[in-house]
Write a protein that binds this ligand. Structure first.
Ligand code: SF4
Length: 399
């Protein structure tokens, strides 16, 4: 988007890319718009992203907003042509995302400098989990053909990136809409084979239960980062059913055991929602227990918030105070799990990829603060892990 806007001569405009995953995210977006207008008097304020796609009228009604741009339109150069974009009175430039059937690979290589680049290989989602608003912002699932992905990865490696991350809204759906319906595991194996210079391939967040056999096998490959973030959401079968998830508690535990057999050094993270409608104390305890039962190291806790228009918003709600308490308890369980994870690393010597300054990461995505901030970003160094501060590991480079 930045590139399109710059090429169209909109260098002074402010682009706000909104998120709709929680009501808090939408509130934050509205706040950011007001702040941007105050800090940049006279600049065009262009609002896009999922919250804008889902409720364009609400953003168009804000006097600070110049134009509201749809999620599909935002990736197309023609949208940003100043006459097209700023001409006329109509503030909303948002089309029906459900009619979008194709996606192009979008290269995002500016986030972590040379250390890591992201390739979006899939967009949208065909599932309709009862709490989730995302499909209404992103549309149905669509995949980038394998040949295009391989070409992108090759280009990123040629420009000096150490690691490539495959991303998508529902990554394990990759391929279902392509000829022959290949699976994500095929794509991963193909990248490893066709781009032998790629040093590390990372898979971002996935729907645990939809991992295909080739993907599980690929997790055993040294060049695939030993880390997965699983979309588990809950630890109780009845709640999982009410969420319309496609797995049960036992399946999640079996899968994590299996992954650990394939890749003993794997670190696992997960999303868990606290206080889903109808959740009882006992059902919540099943989520707490899941942290240990699946040996999770990184926990991303979402206090449930109803998203208007989703089935869960109409279910009997848990009191806000209870949701808050449960989220806090889950976060405490997550902090304890992280400290156990750190403790397993302390004393080891591991390769760490320098992101910038003193900040680095191990292959399993654990953050490390180095005692030397002068190392080259985008390179790996052997590091002795000397301790942790509760938030990250501390390490001394052996150079
Ligand atoms: S699979 Fe993920 S993105 Fe799709 S509806 Fe469920 S939670 Fe939302």
């Amino acid at each position: 988007m930045r590139q399109h806007a710059l090429e169209a001569g909109l260098g002074e405009a402010v682009i706000i890319n909104t998120c709709a995953v929680t009501s808090e995210a939408v509130r934050g977006a509205r706040q950011a718009i007001r702040r941007a207008a105050k800090d940049n008097p006279g600049a065009a304020i262009l609002v896009t992203g999922c919250a804008a796609q889902i409720d364009p009228g609400a953003f168009a009604a804000m006097p600070e907003v110049t134009r509201v741009i749809g999620n599909h339109e935002k990736m197309q150069a023609e949208t940003w042509a100043p006459l097209e974009l700023l001409g006329g009175e109509e503030k909303v430039r948002v089309n029906d995302i459900m009619s979008v059937r194709e996606t192009a690979a979008h290269l995002i290589d500016g986030m972590d400098g040379r250390a890591r680049a992201y390739v979006q290989v899939q967009n949208g989602c065909d599932h309709r989990c009862t709490f989730c608003i995302i499909p209404y912002g992103r549309g149905n699932s669509r995949s980038v053909p394998a040949g295009e992905v391989v070409a992108q990865v090759r280009r990123l490696v040629e420009t000096g990136h150490h690691e490539v991350v495959l991303t998508g809204v529902d990554l394990t759906s990759w391929g279902a809409d392509l000829p022959g319906a290949p699976q994500l595991g095929n794509l991963v194996q193909r990248i490893l084979k066709l781009v032998p210079e790629l040093r590390q391939l990372r898979i971002s967040s996935i729907d645990a239960i939809e991992m295909d056999r080739a993907l599980i096998e690929a997790m055993g490959e040294a060049r695939v980062a030993p880390y997965l973030h699983l979309s588990l959401q809950h630890g109780d079968d009845l709640i999982l059913k009410r969420m319309k998830r496609r797995h049960g508690r036992d399946a999640a535990i079996q899968l994590t055991d299996h992954l650990r057999r394939v890749r003993p050094d794997i670190a696992l993270g997960a999303d868990i929602i606290a206080g889903f409608p109808t959740e009882t104390d006992a059902q919540f305890e099943n989520s707490i227990r899941l942290v240990e039962d699946c040996s999770l190291s990184f926990l991303h806790v979402f206090p449930y918030s109803p998203r208007p228009g989703t089935p869960a918003a109409k279910m009997p709600q848990v009191a806000r105070t209870v949701i808050k308490e449960r989220a806090a308890r889950l976060r405490t369980a997550g902090e304890a799990a992280l400290i156990r994870h750190f403790a397993r690393h302390v004393g080891e010597v591991r390769e760490a990829l320098v992101e910038r300054g003193a900040s680095a990461r191990l292959a399993d995505f654990t953050q490390v603060t180095l005692s030397d901030a002068g190392l080259e970003a985008g390179r790996t160094y052997p590091v002795r892990l000397t301790g942790h501060d509760g938030k990250q590991l501390l390490g001394a480079p052996l150079t």
